[in-house]
Design a binder for this molecule. Structure first.
Ligand SMILES: C[S@@+](CC[C@H](N)C(=O)[O-])C[C@H]1O[C@@H](n2cnc3c(N)ncnc32)[C@H](O)[C@@H]1O
Length: 263
C-alpha cells in the first residue's frame, strides 16, 4: 500500500524543534498544568509516523480502520493516526488534557488545516470494569509482573490501579474495545503488562496492538510471552531507531493459543 506524502499537519504536529509547532504551543499554553487533575503525565512529542507507515506498509493496518488511542493526551497522536485516514477514538483520563484536545481539534477544523479527519474524544479510564475486577481478584498475570516496577514508577499507580470507583465509559458511550482494529498506546514501563492484558482480554480476533517503548533493557518480550501475546514485528524501520535511539516500536497480536482468561 502506498504511503501518503508527509503532510503539513504532521510536520507541524511532530516537530518538537519547530518553535511554532503545535507541540511547542501546547507546552507553552499548558505546561504541567495540563495534567494537574491527575498528575500522571506530560505532553509527548514523539513521532509516530514511522510506526504508522511501517504498519501500513506491512499490511497490518489499513487506513479507514478503527484505532483506539489509549491515553490520547492532548490529541496529537490521535491526529497523527487520523491524518493517515484512520477512524480514531481517543480515551484520556485527564479532563484538562481531554478538553485541550477537543478545542484543538475544533480549531484545526475551523482553520481548514484538517478536513476529513475523524476523531471521537472520550474522557475517562480506559480500563474496563471487567478488567478492574479481574485485577482485584488477582486473576491477573500483569499484577505480578508489575511488582518489579512498583518502586520505580509508583506515581502511575494513582490512576492505573486506583481503588476509587471509576465510571464505565464503555457503557456510557455505548462502545467496546472489540470495535477496534488497532490498539495504540505509549506507556510507562509499569503500564505495559496491564495494557497487554487489556488487549488480550478485550481485542477482537485479528486486532493489532501498536506500541512504543522508550525504555532501555525493557523485558517486552518476556512480558508478552507471559501474558500470551506474540510480538509479530518490531523495529521494522531503521529510521525509527536512528531518530530516537531507544524508542523502538512493537506490533503485537494474541498468540494462537486458547485464551485461558475467557474460558
Ligand atoms: C505517555 S501519554 C501518551 C500520549 C500520546 N498518546 C502519545 O503517544 O504520545 C499517556 C497518557 O495516558 C493517560 N492515561 C494514563 N492512564 C490512563 C487510564 N487508565 N485511562 C485513560 N488515560 C490514561 C495519561 O493521562 C496520559 O495523557
Amino acid at each position: 500500500m502506498e504511503i501518503p506524502e508527509e503532510t503539513f499537519l504532521r510536520l507541524h504536529l511532530q516537530s518538537p524543534h519547530n518553535e511554532s509547532s503545535y507541540i511547542s504551543r501546547a507546552h507553552h499554553t499548558l505546561g504541567q498544568e495540563c495534567f494537574a487533575d491527575t498528575g500522571i503525565s506530560e505532553i509527548n512529542s514523539f513521532d509516530i509516523s514511522t510506526l504508522i507507515e511501517d504498519g501500513i506498509a506491512s499490511d497490518l493496518f489499513v487506513p479507514g480502520q478503527k484505532v483506539v488511542d489509549l491515553g490520547g493526551s492532548i490529541g496529537l497522536t490521535s491526529l497523527d493516526w487520523a491524518s493517515y485516514g484512520f477512524d480514531v477514538t481517543s480515551i484520556e483520563i485527564s479532563k484538562k488534557a481531554h478538553n485541550y484536545a477537543v478545542d484543538f481539534f475544533k480549531e484545526l477544523k475551523n482553520k481548514g488545516i484538517i478536513e476529513d479527519e475523524n476523531i471521537t474524544f472520550i474522557n475517562g479510564n480506559y480500563f474496563t470494569q471487567e478488567y478492574i475486577k479481574k485485577r482485584q481478584s488477582k486473576n491477573s498475570v500483569a499484577s505480578n509482573l508489575e511488582k518489579e516496577y512498583e518502586n520505580q514508577e509508583i506515581f502511575a499507580n494513582k490512576v492505573l490501579f486506583t481503588k476509587n470507583p471509576v465510571e464505565d465509559i464503555y457503557k456510557k458511550n455505548n462502545f467496546s474495545l472489540r470495535d477496534f482494529d488497532v490498539f495504540y498506546a505509549y506507556l510507562w514501563a509499569v503500564q505495559v503488562p496491564s495494557m497487554m492484558e487489556l488487549f488480550k482480554y478485550h481485542s477482537k480476533p485479528g486486532a493489532v496492538f501498536a506500541t512504543r517503548a522508550a525504555i532501555p533493557n525493557f523485558k517486552f518480550y518476556e512480558f508478552a510471552q507471559d501474558i500470551g501475546l506474540e510480538i509479530i514485528t518490531h523495529d521494522i524501520s531503521n529510521e525509527t531507531i536512528k531518530m530516537t535511539e531507544i524508542s523502538n516500536h512493537y506490533l503485537i497480536k494474541p498468540e494462537d493459543k486458547p485464551n485461558v482468561y475467557n474460558k
